[in-house]
Design a protein around this ligand. Structure first.
Ligand code: UDX
Ligand code: ADP
Length: 465
């Protein structure tokens, strides 16, 4: 039976997942390690509200388990040495250099982990891939472990993460399914069973699925590709709705009632973001291309092309509506995170919309309940489209939404934070330049109520022609 788990990587996946395993399995010691000292220090902050990741319910789980059987540390070697089971939960960003640039996953951090495990491990271990990885990564990890280790035996399992940020704790408490892939050998099956036993502490057995490694790895990419495809499909229709006078919310509702289609993931938006969708689809495309399957690659790539178009279209619409110039105009952004209830901003549509508007010399002031100036500047600088100084001058962030909107020409809603709905919109209107525009990139505000106040409202796929 597994008694000691180590997780390498204390990020959005490793942190919440391990916190829940520790809370639900008090008999297992769980140590989460990371090279980033600042991040570990934040996880250990006596004030649980200061942990580095914002996720509803997470701080309570951490408060219960931390110091009991949940530990955060920078002592990577020690944690590896002591563990029976090691989760690899490090980041796998899209490559920014060399072959596969802009498409393939950068497996540098994964390989470093594998080498570190090989160097440190003195006894047999089960290594679990938790990060999203291209198909056949497990075999690379196995190669390194088998050929550079100290004679210890390793079993590699794939246990992809299906949690969505903002609902991570809910998703971990009651997952639709847990997927565990492993070797078909008796040793592989034994390792699978040991991980099944960990989850069985709180997940019903019929929700724990076991497969071979490749199916498990590919299922993760496929699930995200299908979800992202739904968003791109409805977003593609949103543009047609705007031209024809149909209302995309009504269309989504009407088709969602068909039980074969279902109501979820049909919210038209300014475009999907997050660390998974784009990266996983690009991975899928890259894998397909590398097997010479060009039609397969093109089919999935279109999901990304549509998403890029949707972000760009939103910015274009703001510019053309504001009389074809936003130069020197103040535009307030409500929201910067890629979705509500998270402080994660990776691939957020807000970044790209801001970039387009700054190219047109707009002045942007951002308010996000959980994202501050430092992160916003980091995201813009990461795009590498202008200097840090220029970004600082063009995009500012304030801690108060009313201040963000004061004297603005237009407001753009980039994230669907619930609190935006309960703002005093009359007060916001009174303090804006007229005509006052709202570009609701999430269709969360009440169009009629805003128009009654005097706003000119533009949602996604809902305008009268
Ligand atoms: C996703 C998967 O849902 C999850 O299973 C996987 O483990 C990781 O990737 P996440 O990226 O956290 O999770 O968020 P998700 O809720 O899937 O949203 C992704 C993006 O799509 C967000 O920007 C969201 O705003 C957008 N979206 C989602 C829409 O625009 N419309 C929708 O109807 C749903
Ligand atoms: P995710 O959303 O996949 O969890 P994050 O970027 O939030 O991604 O988290 C990944 C974490 O992994 C980062 O905190 C990073 O410092 C850590 N990390 C990367 N490589 C290593 C390594 N070799 N050893 C320990 N931690 C690592």
């Amino acid at each position: 039976m597994i008694k000691n788990i180590c997780c390498i990587g204390a990020g959005y996946v490793g942190g919440p997942t391990m916190a829940v395993i520790a809370q639900r399995c008090p008999h297992i010691k769980v140590t989460v390690v990371d090279l980033n000292e600042k991040r570990i220090a934040a996880w250990n902050d006596p004030d649980v509200n200061k942990i580095p990741i914002y996720e509803p319910g997470l701080s309570q789980v951490v408060a219960e388990a931390r110091g009991r059987n949940l530990f955060f540390s920078t002592e990577v070697d020690q944690a590896i040495d002591e563990a029976d089971m090691i989760f690899i939960s490090v980041n796998t960003p899209t490559k920014t250099y060399g072959i596969g640039k802009g498409m393939a996953a950068d497996l540098k951090y994964i390989e470093l982990c594998a080498r570190q495990i090989a160097r440190v491990a003195k006894n047999d271990k089960i290594v679990v891939e938790k990060s999203t990885l291209p198909v056949r990564t497990a075999s690379a990890i196995k190669d390194i472990l088998d050929n550079t280790g100290n004679g210890a035996q390793f079993q590699i399992l794939s246990n992809p993460e299906f949690l969505a940020e903002g609902t991570a704790i809910e998703d971990l408490f009651a997952p639709d399914r847990v997927l565990i892939g492993g070797d078909t050998t008796p040793e592989g099956q034994k390792a699978i069973q040991q991980l099944v036993d960990v989850y069985a502490n709180w997940v019903p057995k019929d929700r724990i699925l076991t497969t071979n490694v490749w199916s498990s790895e590919l299922s993760k990419l496929t699930a995200n590709a299908f979800l992202a495809q739904r968003v791109s499909s409805i977003n593609a229709l949103s543009e047609l709705c705007e031209r024809t006078g149909a209302n995309v919310n009504e269309v989504a509702k009407a088709i969602g009632l068909d039980s074969r289609i279902g109501p979820k993931f049909l919210k038209a938006s300014v475009g999907f973001g997050g660390s998974c969708f784009q990266k996983d689809i690009l991975n899928l495309v890259y894998i397909a291309k590398s097997y010479g399957l060009h039609e397969v690659a093109d089919y999935w790539e279109q999901v990304i092309i549509m998403n890029d178009h949707q972000k760009r279209r939103f910015a274009k619409n703001i510019i053309s509506t504001l009389y074809n110039t936003v130069s020197g105009k103040k535009i307030a952004f409500l929201g910067w995170a890629f979705k509500k209830d998270t402080n994660d901003t990776r691939e957020s549509a807000a970044i790209y919309v801001a970039d387009d508007l700054v190219n047109e010399q707009a002045e942007i002031v951002v308010f996000d309940p959980k994202v501050g100036q430092e992160q916003i500047q980091f995201d813009l600088n990461y795009l590498n489209t202008r200097t840090e100084e220029e970004n600082k001058n063009a995009v500012k962030s304030v801690a108060n939404p009313y201040e963000a909107c004061k004297n603005a020409h237009a407001i753009a809603i980039l994230t669907e934070w619930d609190e935006f709905k309960s703002y005093d919109w009359k007060q916001i209107y009174d303090n804006m330049l007229k005509p006052a525009f709202v570009f609701d990139g999430r269709n969360i505000l009440d169009k009629k109520a805003l128009e009654d106040i005097g706003f000119k409202y533009h949602g996604i796929g809902v305008n009268e022609i």
